[in-house]
Design a protein around this ligand. Structure first.
Ligand code: NAD
Ligand code: UD1
Length: 335
């Protein structure tokens, strides 16, 4: 089977492409490299011994996408490509709506032209909004608070409508919680541009002294130690979730929504301690005001994915910190 991985040189896409190749799938990667580097393809080859086909193509370029579908008989698409920085989406809403929504729509149009009707989409826990009780369950009402979140909601809706109009479409909506960790080889990992917004990439920059100190956004939340609680999941467990989703959809055509999280919450201070232990480095921190838009705590109810996909996250928080440290210490300047 040949899988087109959009966004396949990015963080989650590159780890998933590796897992797909190791599982015997043929992989074609498409990415415009706006937030990643072609070096990821070399790293994927180093790990797997197989080099995926790579197209530096933008979702805005329909003819470019058509030539991929002409060159390869694609059986399914795993769609990671998109812009993902929440704060930036508030500053640049048009860019986010254009890239994520128009881009995805064009991809789906090209898929339809070539009769490719199986898609796994990278959605996010952000679609649960601010008001649901925890843990989050797939059937809960969805909402958004920023343009990035609206793009996820809208793409989910587009795929639901496409499936409704033509049930031959097989759609997997995977809602990721907080992916961290890196490939155990140290060859692949998260390599964000500029100053990171998310917790683990920030801690990694502090650990290698590129940034002086972590700001912990609030220690007065109603959580065990007052700091924010999230459901951190190892990126290789997430990659495995995509393999299980592909297996499932071949046996059970239709549309499904799955949470991919561990079902456990970990606080910011617990992450800092776990990282210090895994790396042997001190992470200086200071308590800063709460970050606008943050909520105290959320984590997944992953029962559906565990029961239906037969997926079980394997990695602990200390494994995640070990692999992040291994990656950043081997690649202090990224890929
Ligand atoms: P990433 O930025 O590392 O990967 C996304 C890739 O898409 C990048 O390589 C980028 O160059 C590419 N891309 C963006 N716009 C494109 C376009 N128009 N045409 C072609 N390629 C384009 O991000 P990631 O963390 O690997 O996230 C992958 C997907 O998962 C995204 O859709 C993201 O919204 C979603 N997601 C991520 C997280 C997270 O915390 N990392 C959580 C939930 C959901
Ligand atoms: C991010 C996304 C969200 C997505 C979720 C799961 C943002 C703003 N939001 O949120 O859309 O649904 O991942 O993929 O990117 N923290 C600090 N100091 C820092 C950075 C973070 O204390 O420098 C804290 C935060 O307040 C939070 C926790 O660490 O409590 C995790 O933050 P982050 O990694 O940004 O993820 P989310 O806020 O969950």
């Amino acid at each position: 089977m040949t899988i087109l991985v959009t966004g396949g040189t990015g963080y989650i896409g590159s780890h998933t492409a590796t897992a797909l190749l190791q599982q015997g799938y043929d992989v074609v990667v498409m990415d415009n490299l706006c937030n990643s580097k072609a070096e990821a393809i070399n790293r994927i080859e180093k790990i797997t011994g197989k080099r995926p086909a790579f197209y530096q193509t933008d979702m805005m370029d329909m003819d470019g996408m058509r030539s991929i579908f002409r060159d390869y008989k694609i059986d399914a698409v795993i769609h990671f490509a998109g812009l993902k920085a929440v704060g930036e989406s508030v500053q640049q809403p048009m860019r986010y709506y254009y890239n994520n929504i128009t881009g995805s729509l064009q991809l789906f149009q090209v898929m339809a032209e070539f009769q490719v009707k199986t898609i796994v989409f990278s959605s996010s826990a952000t679609v649960y909004g601010m008001n649901n009780p925890i843990p989050y369950v797939e059937g809960m009402p969805t909402s958004a608070t920023n343009p990035y979140g609206y793009t996820k909601l809208m793409i989910e809706q587009m795929l639901m409508d496409i499936h409704h109009a033509d049930p031959a479409w097989n759609v997997m909506l995977l809602r990721y919680f907080n992916p961290i960790g890196a490939h155990e080889s140290g060859l692949l990992g998260e390599d964000p541009n500029g100053i990171p917004n998310n917790l683990m990439p920030y801690i990694m920059q502090v650990a290698i002294s590129k940034l002086p100190c972590l700001n912990i956004y609030g220690n007065d939340y109603d959580t065990t130690d007052g700091t924010g609680v999230r459901d951190y999941i190892h990126v290789m467990d997430l990659a495995d979730g995509h393999l299980k989703a592909l297996d499932y959809i071949q046996k059970h055509p239709g549309l499904e929504v799955f949470n991919l999280g561990t079902g456990h919450g970990t606080s910011v201070l617990e992450i800092v301690k776990a990282f210090e232990k895994a790396s042997g480095k001190k992470i200086p921190y200071q308590i800063a005001p709460r970050r606008a838009g943050d909520i105290a705590a959320f984590y997944a109810d992953n029962t559906r994915a565990v029961n239906l996909l037969h997926w079980q996250p394997k990695y602990s928080i200390s494994d995640m910190c070990r692999d992040n440290w291994n990656f950043i210490s081997k690649n202090p300047n990224g890929l």
